[in-house]
Design a binder for this molecule. Structure first.
Ligand SMILES: [Zn+2]
Length: 78
């Protein structure tokens, strides 16, 4: 499942699922790469849709907790 969310995050950032998959695959070893190839597009699209309902950091795209106004990944203040 972590692959689905990682792909959804990249998809949201670059706006293209195929490019997101290539980008993600390039960062993985063979075992994880194979797992990513087996993730169906629909699962990524569904995860990306769910992700959009939550606030995200404007700079790095990390999901933000609803009450916290500071990104835990890059430190940007919302
Ligand atoms: Zn951030």
């Amino acid at each position: 499942m972590k692959h689905v969310y990682a792909l959804a995050e990249r998809d949201a950032r670059c706006g293209d699922l195929a490019a997101a998959r290539d980008d993600y695959l390039a960062s993985l070893d063979a075992d994880d790469g194979l797992a990513v190839l087996l993730v169906p597009d629909e699962a990524v699209v569904a995860a990306a849709a769910g992700r959009r309902t939550r606030p995200a950091c404007a700079r790095c795209g990390a999901r933000l907790p609803r009450k916290r106004r500071r990104c835990s990944r890059c430190g940007l203040h919302a």
